[in-house]
Design a protein around this ligand. Structure first.
Ligand code: C5P
Length: 227
C-alpha cells in the first residue's frame, strides 16, 4: 500500500500517463491527471471565444470553470459543466492552446490549490495517490517521498504520441506530432511560472528503449525498497 504521494513529471510522450495509472492500480492508490485539468480550462477558454494569449481574459474564464475530475486509476470521466469532455480535451485545438493557458500564473494558482485538495482527500481515504504533470515534484507536492521524472528521445516520444492518436481515432503524422511535442515542451520548460524540470531529488527514468512493463517494474521496486 502506498502512503503519501508519488509525483510523476516529464514531457509528453514518455509514457507518463500509462505508467502513472498502472502504478496507482498496482498500489491500490488514487490517480490524478493534472494535464487533464489544464486541458479542461483550455477547452472552456476556446468555447468562450477567448484568445488563449489574453491572460486576463483566460483567468476570468478559469475562475468560472465548473471542472469535474476523479481519482480512479480505472478511469473516470473528466467533466466541464457536468459534460464529459475526455475526447475533446485530447483534440488538436485544445492541444495547440493548452501551453499558453497553463502559463498564466493565476490559472496555475487555482488548479494547484484544487490539486492539493484532491491529494489531501485521497491520502485520507486511500492512503496514497499517484499524481502526474509537469510541476508535481517541484510545486504541487514537493513533500512527496517519491518523485519520478520520465524522459525519452524526441523520436520515441513522437512515435508514442502518434500511435496513441491513431488508437484514439485522431489522424496525425509522426513529423507533425514531433513538431508539436517539441514546441509544447520548449514552451513548458521555458515559461516563467513553474517550468517543466526535474525536482533535485527526482528519480530520472529514460523510457526510450524501455517498455511500460519494465518502467512499472522498476518503479514498484523503488516503492517497495523505500517502504
Ligand atoms: O500531460 P498533458 O500533455 O495532458 O498536459 C497538457 C499541457 O498542460 C502541458 O503541455 C502543459 O502545458 C500543461 N501542464 C502543466 N502543468 C501540469 C500538467 C500539465 O503546465 N502539472
Amino acid at each position: 500500500e502506498l502512503r503519501g504521494v508519488v509525483a510523476m513529471d516529464g514531457p509528453s510522450g514518455t509514457g507518463k500517463s500509462t505508467v502513472a495509472r498502472g502504478l496507482a492500480r498496482a498500489l491500490g492508490a488514487g490517480y490524478l491527471d493534472t494535464g487533464a485539468m489544464y486541458r479542461v480550462v483550455t477547452l472552456a477558454v476556446l468555447r468562450a471565444g477567448v484568445d488563449p494569449a489574453d491572460s486576463a481574459a483566460v483567468l476570468r474564464v478559469a475562475e468560472g470553470v465548473d471542472l469535474g475530475i476523479g481519482t480512479d486509476p480505472g478511469g473516470s470521466a473528466v467533466l466541464l459543466g457536468g459534460e464529459p469532455v475526455d475526447a475533446e480535451i485530447r483534440g488538436p485545438e485544445v492541444t495547440a492552446a493548452v501551453s499558453a493557458v497553463s502559463a498564466v500564473a493565476g490559472v496555475r494558482d487555482l488548479l494547484v490549490s484544487r490539486q492539493r485538495r484532491i491529494i489531501g482527500e485521497s491520502r485520507a481515504t486511500l492512503g496514497g495517490i499517484v499524481v502526474e504533470g509537469r510541476d508535481i515534484g517541484t510545486v504541487v507536492a514537493p513533500e512527496a517521498p517519491l518523485k519520478v521524472y520520465l524522459t525519452a528521445s524526441a523520436d520515441a516520444r513522437a512515435a508514442r504520441r502518434t500511435a496513441q492518436d491513431s488508437a484514439e481515432g485522431r489522424v496525425s503524422t509522426v513529423d507533425a506530432t514531433k513538431a508539436d511535442v517539441q514546441r509544447r515542451d520548449t514552451f513548458d520548460s521555458t515559461r516563467a511560472v513553474s517550468p517543466l524540470r526535474p525536482a533535485v531529488d527526482a528519480v530520472e527514468v529514460d523510457t526510450t528503449d524501455l517498455g511500460i512493463d519494465a518502467v512499472l517494474a522498476q518503479l514498484l521496486e523503488i516503492v517497495r525498497e523505500r517502504g
